[in-house]
Design a protein around this ligand. Structure first.
Ligand SMILES: [Zn+2]
Ligand SMILES: [Zn+2]
Ligand SMILES: [Zn+2]
Ligand SMILES: [Zn+2]
Length: 356
């Protein structure tokens, strides 16, 4: 394909970014913008004007507000899904779609969670990769307080589920140091629940071995191995408190995934993401880590199911090779069309659609 422009006039669109539609006075400014913007097929796109947005949050602002693009907002109001922000063919199609797109925190969840409080559930089996494909599991913890003022987070309860929301492990955990604040209002944890609970060291080893699934840690690789993909929200903190180490390439964190972050690049809370993208409330009153596991797993599978165009190179996490525009000379880039520049640009994050 030849992306070069022969004409030298500056008619409309000449220096307009083909992704975010920003207009530049000079082609060199557009090239500079493209070098640092990492536009790609993996960005969220408006289903109406096709504008690329940095995150779902910025797409939400574009479609809903506070400062929406009016033409897009008008169509979105009639046939846009308020959860996944897709545009459907008709308002009727939207109704049918949205019913499937919205999840609920069904009573069965509460029931399961209550049953789980009765004791440990433990089916963390190492299968050495005998089941088909890479398995995905979600993990969440609830913290109690340690230290003199009770502000030190200690894991008091942990849950792991599989992709079908089955509980693999659900247990109270006895921390290594004394608990000074049980945070009962949110954790529902009483001293007697932890007294004879599974010691942290034992839980740590179990979870560690389960995640690696027979693969030595140093051999864990992103594709084709036995190790499991780990989903969660704010997993650095959970894993730190559990003293579990796990390679970043296997982690899918809904708090750190750029499409799910705020436009300010800060994390959204899991409570907010669940309300906005899945359509139900969590973390009201006493919280069970099972509920957080289910919410993060649903967010993960929704993100993974997106259909983005294929790219010949998908790598994002290598800092040496973050954007292949770097390999081109400025003068060559300045002769390309905005579409040509976009075709060369690559994302700076690992899109979860690549897991499917
Ligand atoms: Zn742009
Ligand atoms: Zn993608
Ligand atoms: Zn639009
Ligand atoms: Zn939807």
């Amino acid at each position: 394909m030849d992306y070069r422009y022969e004409s030298s006039d500056n008619s409309s669109g000449r220096n307009k970014c083909a992704a975010c539609f920003r207009q530049f006075n000079k082609m060199e400014h557009l090239v500079d913008h493209m070098r640092t913007s990492f536009h790609s097929v993996h960005e969220s796109k408006c289903g109406i004007c096709r504008k690329h947005c940095r995150s779902f949050e910025s797409l939400r602002e574009h479609l809903i507000g506070p400062l929406p693009k009016q033409e897009c907002k008008n169509i979105f109001n009639i046939r846009g899904c308020r959860y996944c922000l897709t545009i459907l063919e008709s308002s009727n199609a939207r109704r049918v779609h949205q019913e499937r797109c919205q999840f609920s925190n069904v009573n069965a969840v509460g029931l399961l969670a209550r049953m789980a409080t009765l004791g440990i559930r433990d089916s963390l089996n190492i299968d050495n990769g005998y089941s088909r494909g890479t398995q995905v599991v979600a993990l969440a913890c609830k913290m109690v307080g340690g230290g003199s003022d009770g502000s030190l987070d200690l894991c008091g309860r942990v849950c792991l589920i599989d992709e079908n929301e089955n509980i693999l492990f659900h247990s109270y955990i006895k921390p290594l140091i004394p608990v000074t604040n049980y945070r009962y209002d949110t954790t529902g944890i009483r001293p007697e629940y932890l007294r004879d609970a599974m010691p942290l060291r034992q839980a740590q080893k179990k979870i560690q071995d389960f995640l690696c699934n027979g693969e030595p840690m140093w051999k864990v690789k992103p594709r084709g191995g036995r190790a499991r993909i780990l989903v969660g929200h704010g997993l650095d903190h959970d894993l730190d408190r559990l003293q579990v180490e796990y390679p970043a390439v296997m982690i899918r964190d809904t708090a750190k995934y750029p499409p799910l972050m705020k436009t300010s690049k800060l994390s959204n809370s899991l409570k907010y993401l669940t309300q906005a993208y899945l359509g139900y409330d969590i973390q009201t009153g006493i919280q069970d880590p099972f509920e957080d596991c289910v919410a993060t797993m649903r967010l993960y599978t929704r993100m993974r199911s997106q259909r983005h165009g294929a790219e010949d190179y998908s790598l994002a996490s290598d800092p040496q090779n973050r954007n292949n525009l770097a390999a081109w000379r400025q003068s060559e880039l300045e002769r390309m069309s905005p579409e040509g520049l976009l075709a060369l640009s690559r994302s700076d994050f690992y899109c979860w659609c690549l897991d499917s």
